[in-house]
Design a protein around this ligand. Structure first.
Ligand SMILES: Cc1cc2nc3c(=O)[nH]c(=O)nc-3n(C[C@H](O)[C@H](O)[C@H](O)COP(=O)(O)OP(=O)(O)OC[C@H]3O[C@@H](n4cnc5c(N)ncnc54)[C@H](O)[C@@H]3O)c2cc1C
Length: 371
């Protein structure tokens, strides 16, 4: 029986599995998802006060649609032999979907092992556990990008937060559109900013900055720099500066390998590549899973065509910014922005337990945000 193997159980992996299972219908096709953990982790929710709420049991998604879950990590991909090796077990495939996501790159600085982050569920839980009984804490957050701003503003409610950013302005990757609203929120929450510098050492007592000054702190949280899974290096093909495999509109890398989510860069529209975001990982996963199965079954393929790009940035007690388009023109701020951000956080939660609902979502490759 032909076999579709999906590596990764994040947004891209689970939606690849669902789209492949939907295309399969009554045909003979085996679908296996390989991922080490029992849960899908909704990484955009890891800055929240209870990060364990970001965990969704994979068996409640994969079970109803007849997808096998092998709980293991893939170490080797042999594209010539059509085989992956996961924790010592070889698994053969006819079509492979690589959806192993991204991970935070930790800096090579003294004391880096003392850094906290919110990149994974265990890391987010470790930070929360560390701060739990420390009201009036000081936390240094390194990186004023998306993840840094969300965790900084979330933590600002119960202590002093210092945001360190090597660029000379906050939110360097978000552009000038939302910056004034973010500045207002940071002022409102008393989040201090140290711009044009970075943390060069983490000590028992806090952070040392590039100019030699120190900030005594209970925790230093690193948020800067996501890289695609190192598994991408085992797939022949072009890569971008984030290590992502460049894919065409069918999300095929080459041969019998597809890639989706944070491991892949596809054209989102004429002028833009996809962002490492769940709003792209979900439709990329659906496209790759559909096409991997369709290729084996002789069914028409689909093109990747994501919904218009939006940004929903949580700013803690100051609300949220919701912006439209790649220029991130602000549509909503404050409590209205927060309402939309919460709506988005609910919408990224996949349907569970019911195959018909899962297939209905899998068939709608693009779901525009109605705001
Ligand atoms: C703090 C934070 C906040 C974010 N906020 C937002 C936001 O507001 N909006 C937004 O759109 N995006 C946001 N993102 C980005 C978003 O979370 C990612 O783009 C998205 O998770 C990518 O999905 P993915 O399935 O490609 O990868 P991941 O979610 O990274 O999933 C990868 C999966 O692959 C598995 N895996 C990894 N290596 C292996 C291996 N060797 N073998 C087998 N399995 C493996 C992992 O266990 C995991 O199951 C945020 C990310 C972070 C960290």
């Amino acid at each position: 029986m032909p076999h579709v193997v999906i590596v990764g159980g994040g947004f891209a992996g689970v939606w690849s599995a669902a789209a492949a299972a939907r295309v399969r219908g009554g045909n003979d096709l085996r679908i296996t998802l390989i991922a080490p953990d029992a849960d899908l982790v909704l990484r955009p929710r890891l800055y929240e006060p209870n990060p364990e709420r970001a965990a969704v049991a994979l068996k409640r998604f994969l079970g109803p649609i007849g997808v096998d879950h092998v709980r293991a990590a893939v170490q080797d991909i042999d594209v010539d032999a059509h085989r992956v090796t996961a924790d010592g077990t070889e698994i053969a495939y006819d079509r492979l979907v690589l959806a192993a996501g991204s991970r935070l790159v930790r800096p090579a600085i003294p004391g880096a092992d003392r850094l906290f982050d919110v990149d994974t569920l265990p890391a987010a839980q470790r930070l929360r556990g560390h701060l739990r009984n420390r009201d009036g804490y000081t936390v240094v957050v390194v990186g004023a990008g998306f993840a840094g701003l969300e965790i900084a503003t979330e933590l600002a409610g119960r202590g002093r937060v210092v945001l360190v950013e090597q660029a000379h302005e906050i939110a360097p990757d978000l552009g000038p559109g939302p910056r004034p609203a973010i500045e207002v929120a940071l002022d409102h929450l008393n989040v201090e900013r140290r711009l044009g510098t970075t943390v060069t050492e983490v000590t028992e007592n806090g952070a040392v900055l590039a100019d030699g000054s120190s900030i005594p702190a209970d925790a230093v949280v690193w948020t800067a720099g996501l890289q695609a899974s190192p598994l991408t290096a085992q797939i022949p093909g072009d890569r971008d500066r984030l290590g992502r495999l460049i894919v065409g509109p069918h999300l095929r890398v080459d041969g019998d390998v597809f890639a989706a989510g944070d491991v892949a860069a596809a054209r989102a529209d004429e002028g833009h590549w996809t962002a490492q975001s769940c709003q792209h990982a979900v439709p990329m996963g659906k496209t790759a899973g559909h096409n991997a199965a369709a290729d084996l079954l002789g069914i028409p393929w689909v093109d990747f065509a994501p919904a218009p790009y939006v940004t929903g940035l949580d700013l803690g007690a100051a609300g949220a910014v919701y912006a439209r388009g790649w220029d991130r023109l602000i549509a909503l701020t404050g409590s209205e922005g927060k309402w939309v951000k919460r709506w988005i956080m609910d919408v990224i939660h996949p349907p569970l337990d019911d195959a018909a609902t899962i297939y209905a979502h899998a068939g709608a490759i693009t779901t525009p945000i109605p705001f």
